[in-house]
Design a protein around this ligand. Structure first.
Ligand code: COI
Length: 362
């Protein structure tokens, strides 16, 4: 094994007293984390350890110039009791595309898969299997080199933390088409899952929330008419029975659930189109009373129906019934991920059993 992973078990666990019926997504975490260092041109010191804080220099480059990249993925409890990580390979590919865009070192496949396997297997008691629950996995890479020069770092840290999660959004969301602020422009880093893409969205999102919406619906930077994505989700519309989603033009995130839902829609014979969709097209569809569904798809959000779209001050209300395309596809996705339906695309990676030989520290 090129990247051996040490296991240092925690002497205590928060699991016995944890209430999976009132998960607080964000602060709550499992007992362990994974970490590794990139130094002298290679990944080293890979270990699963007790969750703890750590220190970095105030000169660490991640604090200054934004070399921070992350992923968001999930583990589920299958019907047979085993635990599986959803679409591990696709997340690795996206992570490495983000890292390349930010001039950061690739994470090798062996390291990524073994790190996730060891962490999730060690903390697999945290995958409750309750309906709607899963384990959110947050791999991240950031520059730790202590040197204030505006330059690519030579030293990085990779960490993976695991958090229990239930529904990220409760019910449907209200969105406002954003025609002033821009999330990403052509040639920028919009496709990368880097911290700045999220930080830059906070102000427009705050303004949208103050106006009574949950999220903004981003539009393209040049004309502010073509829909890009929404908050933390890719967006999809079903108009007259055709599922339409903006193409991966470089400004939006190559969402794993975007790809999964598109695949499942095609499998079911639903017509799909990856093409630019303008808010004018949405307005026209609503105004002629065409059947319109709208939803966001993302790892945390899964598939969240959009109950209201505000276009330049006028609100429209997509169909959010449970008999539509959205809920059918969401149920199918959830069925595959929890082992209720066959995993015909081989999306589930079943993690190893916990290493009982290393259950306790000597
Ligand atoms: C995800 O859907 O996994 C995200 O990264 C969105 C959010 C939790 C930041």
């Amino acid at each position: 094994m090129k990247y051996p992973i040490q296991l240092q078990r925690s002497n205590s666990s928060a699991l016995p007293s944890y209430d999976f019926t009132s998960i607080n997504f964000g602060p709550d975490h499992t007992d362990h984390l994974f970490c590794a260092d990139f130094k002298d041109g290679q990944w080293q010191n890979a270990a699963v350890k007790p969750f703890s804080e750590f220190s970095i220099s105030p000169l660490a480059l991640c604090l200054h110039y934004g070399q921070t990249v992350f992923e968001g993925m999930k583990a589920f409890r299958l019907q047979d009791g085993s635990v599986s990580i959803f679409r591990i390979q696709k997340h690795l590919e996206r992570l490495n595309r983000s890292l390349q865009r930010m001039c950061m070192p690739d994470v090798p496949e062996e390291l990524f898969i073994n790190a996730l396997d060891k962490l999730v297997s060690t903390d697999q008691g945290w995958v409750s299997g309750l309906p709607g629950n899963s384990l959110y996995l947050r791999p991240m890479v950031f520059a730790t080199e202590a040197r204030l020069g505006v330059t690519e770092a030579k030293e990085y840290k990779m960490m993976i933390v695991a958090l229990p999660i239930s529904n990220y959004y409760n019910g449907t969301v209200k969105v406002k088409v954003e025609t002033e602020y821009t999330r990403a422009a052509k040639g920028g880093a919009g496709f990368a899952k880097c911290g700045g893409n999220y930080g830059g969205a906070f102000l427009p999102t705050r303004l949208a929330k103050e106006a009574g919406f949950d999220q903004v619906l981003w539009t393209d930077s040049e004309t502010h008419t073509f829909i890009e994505e929404s908050g933390t989700m890719n967006v999809m519309f079903v108009i007259d029975g055709t599922l339409i989603t903006p193409p991966l033009s470089g400004t939006i995130l190559d969402g794993v659930n975007r790809d999964s839902i598109l695949t499942l829609a095609k499998d079911s014979g639903i017509q799909t189109e990856e093409r630019p969709v303008s808010y004018h097209e949405l307005e026209a569809a609503f105004n002629r009373n065409a059947p319109v569904e709208a939803f966001g798809v993302g790892t945390a959000a899964v598939l969240t129906q959009i109950g209201e779209i505000n276009i330049l001050g006028r609100s429209y209300f997509p169909d959010c019934s449970s008999s539509g395309v959205a809920i059918k596809l969401r149920n199918e996705l959830q069925g595959i991920r929890t082992g209720l339906l066959p995993d015909r695309h081989h999306w589930n990676y079943v993690v190893s059993q916990p290493d009982t030989a290393q259950m306790f520290n000597p």
